[in-house]
Write a protein that binds this ligand. Structure first.
Ligand SMILES: C[S@@+](CC[C@H](N)C(=O)[O-])C[C@H]1O[C@@H](n2cnc3c(N)ncnc32)[C@H](O)[C@@H]1O
Length: 306
């Protein structure tokens, strides 16, 4: 994944910005989603740890009655510096993106902007801060990092952390995706099973994006997100809110619904707009891939997270 280029903003900049939501606006929006039944919230990006004052936002969101799961996805580069503050603010769970343990490949995949040691130090700091069962997201690209899958598992086996292999997707318009770059989860699973036998686990809930497997020897859990080889549009219940207040009903959406202007119209109007957008959705990009009307025009991934 290309490294994020999100600039560092102060909260004041955000509040005054015509583009980005301030923390109070985000809280109002999240309260409306929670009122409508949302109980899981994930902060992603872009790189969320670049946002100054993020622990304050986390504390605001953690205090909302009805949020049962508050998670954050990060590239891990700044995690060592922020892990304690994230835990103190009330963050429940962490996902760290880590595509390889090979220093050179890491540098290549992060466009030379990240350091593997920083990410590993971030994971260690997060453990110290009390985060358990951290999810480690690895996007697998054929011929790039597929040889790094077993070493990654070897490293985290026996810990409570869960490595999840994600099929490389044609997100945004910049990654020059080709289908033959995708390593289907079934192939990976077979390869892993030959080294460490696996057994399938039941999903934790309907619509869980990763299929779960346990090492037969009790070494922990592995997940597979098979969005290309086994699309799960029918079960997708993710609403994505861009930092500018656009609501996207699909990771591959071409356009969003602007919600920011509704914040000042009161909660009822805001909630109505969210409901109208949500019930009107018909997205099934991953099922149609290539034949989808939006095939050539998609929101960039840094706008909507993973
Ligand atoms: C877009 S990143 C944003 C959050 C944060 N900056 C990070 O790097 O984790 C969120 C997740 O998207 C996933 N991702 C990025 N590019 C992808 C691609 N082309 N296909 C599938 N997943 C991808 C990665 O697993 C990453 O964990």
């Amino acid at each position: 994944m290309p490294a994020d280029r999100t600039p560092e903003w102060t909260e004041n900049d955000h509040a005054n910005s015509s583009k980005r939501l301030g923390f109070a606006e985000i809280e109002t929006l999240v309260r409306s989603f929670v009122y409508l039944g949302v109980s899981k919230v994930r902060l992603t990006g872009g790189e969320p740890l670049l946002r100054r004052g993020l622990p304050d936002l986390i504390a605001q969101l953690a205090a909302i009655d009805g949020i049962e799961d508050l998670a954050l996805t990060t590239n891990g580069s700044l995690l060592a510096r922020h892990a304690n503050a994230l835990a103190d603010a009330g963050l429940h769970r962490l996902t760290v993106s880590l595509d390889t343990l090979d220093t050179q490949r890491f540098a290549q995949l992060s466009g030379g902007r990240g350091r593997l040691d920083d990410v590993l130090a971030g994971i260690a700091a997060a453990e110290q801060a009390g985060f358990t069962a951290i999810k480690i997201n690895c996007v697998v690209q054929r011929g790039i990092n597929d040889a790094d899958v077993l070493p990654l598992l070897e490293h985290f086996r026996g810990s409570a952390h869960v490595v999840r292999f994600i099929e490389y997707m044609d997100v945004g318009t910049c990654n020059r995706w080709q289908r033959d770059q995708v390593v289907p989860s079934a192939q990976l699973r077979d390869r892993i099973h030959q080294r460490w036998p696996l057994r399938a686990l039941q999903p934790n809930y309907r619509g869980e994006v990763a299929s779960r497997y346990a090492y037969a020897d009790g070494g922990g859990e592995v997940g597979f997100v098979s969005s290309v080889s086994e699309p799960f549009c029918g079960d997708c219940h993710r609403a994505r809110l861009g930092a500018d207040g656009q609501l996207y009903t699909c990771l591959f959406a071409a356009t969003g619904t602007p919600l920011r202007e509704y914040i000042n119209h009161g909660e009822v109007a805001l909630q109505q707009r969210i409901v109208e957008t949500w019930v009107g959705r018909g997205d099934r990009y991953s099922e149609l891939r290539g034949n989808a009307p939006e095939a050539g025009r998609r929101i960039e991934m840094f706008m909507v997270g993973g």
